[in-house]
Design a protein around this ligand. Sequence first.
Ligand code: ATP
Ligand code: MG
Length: 243
Amino acid sequence: MAFLEARNVVKRFGGLVAVAGVSFDLEQGRIVGLIGPNGAGKTTLFHLIAGTFPCDQGTIRFCGRDITRTKPYHVCRAGIARTFQITRPFDKMTCYENVVGGLIGRNGFTGESHKGRREVEELLKFVGLWEFMNTEARHLNLIHKKLLEIARALATRPKLILLDEVLGGLNTGEILKALDLIRAIRDQFGVTILWIEHVMGALMQVAEKLLVLDGGRLLCQGQPQDVVNDSRVIEAYLGETDD
Ligand SMILES: Nc1ncnc2c1ncn2[C@@H]1O[C@H](COP(=O)(O)OP(=O)(O)OP(=O)(O)O)[C@@H](O)[C@H]1O
Ligand SMILES: [Mg+2]
């Protein structure tokens, strides 16, 4: 039984086929990169896994359970959390309150109990937002908003986290710190990571496997070094080459 299994997944937006029959297996405990040119269907695939959009065809199974038509909050309770390409904090809530939002999804668990409070504080410390605990999210800069999304996602105690371009817009120093954090999510929390990223140099340092989408199809998958040297992948990114 695969940890996460997608079979012939299709999503259409009117006449546009954003995800055109994608199948893959994800092993538990891995850090896997999902790459592909702009508009390849990466974020749409995340929406399908998370239940934000229903699949038009195909099936998605998680830990042996069919989650194809499962609502987002039930997918979350089943153990899949996500961050958003365009960050979506609750702007007028503090960082603490935002992370409590992740806790509440867990069978009535709240930030009111001593245990809940400690857990939120530890998560804010883990992502490096301890000093912003009482700051409203709208006052955070981009990197801090991205870190807040990660803390909120971890508060749901996921088995799998879907990271959508967490490094976009960050400088080199911020990227290095974020890479340590991503490794720690897997190593300290045991969370499997499926990670969309355009910052290839960074992704290559951490990802153990890459999946490549192009035009809504899975172009190839494999070891990062093999994938980036694959002529089909080079062509997808750079256009056809003259031989
Ligand atoms: N809600 C929507 N309605 C209509 N078309 C959409 C919608 N969301 C995405 N699309 C289209 O589906 C295709 C795939 O988009 P998607 O956002 O999944 O790409 P992506 O691989 O995440 O790209 P990027 O790297 O730029 O984030 C694109 O052509 C996009 O314009
Ligand atoms: Mg995207």
